[in-house]
Design a protein around this ligand. Sequence first.
Ligand code: ASP
Length: 584
Amino acid sequence: MYRTNTCGELNMSFIGKDIILCGWVQKSRDLGGMTFVDLRDRYGITQLVFNMDTNPELCEKARKLGREFVVQAKGKVRERSNKNLKIATGEIEIDVFEFNILNRSEIPPFTIEEETDGGEELRMKYRYLDLRRATVKNNIILRHRVAQEVRKYMDSVGFIEVETPVLIKSTPEGARDFVVPSRMQPGTFYALPQSPQTLKQLLMVAGFDKYFQIVKCFRDEDLRADRQPEFSQIDCEMSFVERNDILETFEGLAKYLFRQVKGIEFNEPFLRLPYHEAMEFYGSDKPDLRFGMKFCELTPIVKGHDFAVFDSSEYIGGICAEGCSEYTRKQLDELTEFVRKPQIGAKGLIYLRYNTDGILKSSVDKFYSADELKRWADFMNAKPGDLIMILAGDKKRTLTALSELRLEMGNRMGLRKKETFVPLWVVDFPLLEWDEETKRFYAMHHPFTSPIPQDLALMETDPGKVRADAYDLVINGVEIGGGSIRIHDAAIQQLMFKVLGFTNEEANEQFGFLLNAFKFGAPPHGGVAFGFDRWVAMFGGQDSIRDFIAFPKNNSGRDVMLDTPSQISGKQLDELQLIINVKK
Ligand code: ASP
């Protein structure tokens, strides 16, 4: 037997017991006659003690232990004189009477401690060492816990976990595919699934009325903190359901996970916010509702005073930051700089201070009387002490810029607390999105998303106005998941393809297998998929999903540990009958 216990479990109740531990040397300290070694494993750290007076030979040997050596130590548990109440094992130590070096270690390239001296790139290269650090390790354990809880809940409400293949054909999410060349059919390729969308719909045709899977998806997109080229979804589909059935089922999952993982109870139903309201009032289809600061449109009441900026704008809107009237010139300049950043794109920021003495001061005093300004403030429900910030321009861009400003103010005012969670469903997304460049409609979700029945008639006359029976789960400004009721009627599907500009041949070539299957009795169905990595990262209180994935890729999609993507051998290329033609 290598070990009787772990490095995380011994406490006062073990005093006097002989035990065996195995682990890695975190650090060792020589204090004259005594040597202390911190031994670490997955469960924690235990202090080993060696005494020069009682066992000089063993103590000498212990002094030679290097960082990260793998050690087996036998000894007696005793009470520590100098207790460390911050760790679970901090009241005891092990008086070692025998130990074996199970393996030696080179000096690690960075210190394996919370405050490590290793840079990001180095830690990615030696990810297996970084995973020994408590925070990273705990993230992976959290991921495991969430996965188990997902499975428990889904099983308890009758879902069946079905695995779907990884070597498939293009799926309809609309990102770029990763492809895999086929050796047996030279010149042809599999695509890796962007999601199991079509397969889960086929499972509905097959009669598995409640399916789920925690599954890898692959999208060849530009990366950001919350994106990886391969990521995991909790993918789900149900038959014989309407939107409300799906929202209730998965609101149940969300509430269950919050309860089990975070100890948070949500007693009220989640808000269901129509997409157009999300856009009008928050400028975003994933509003962060941990705080208010709803937009207020001022267009009709501020135009017509010879202020060219407003008079020439399609949309003028503002937010009211409570208690910020005393922002300094410098703070206001910073905010102006902020909204002018190219990625935000506003031309400038107009402000209106509602001083605590009731006097209104604004950057456009020249054009508006005190009474006018008071009217704006009343219109926006501002009180003395508040700061009103206004942006103007074309509607779409101004709403987006105002959304960024609102989030920035939320940050500055400390309103976006990590441990507060406000989930909501955004519903009634537009079915289609017009693309100016290619002059055609694209499916906002994917081409199998059903229009809302009341809007069906508009499909032929005004497709841009059709709402989709689609929904997103949004928590704290993050899109955690999304889905839709699917089209199961061949005629509507055909119409959808027509609006999307697919010929019958094109639709058949790409999705013929699904359209065929639908000829054999497709049940009404719908589903949803959640970004598993994102959800876990949110539970872990972080924005980046990378540290919640055991072996992630860096921002350029590289695995620096495996050193890939990399070239393949001439022999492999030959077998695949591929010629590489890299453009210089
Ligand atoms: N397959 C969709 C996606 O990955 C989710 C769904 O519609 O269920 O976005």
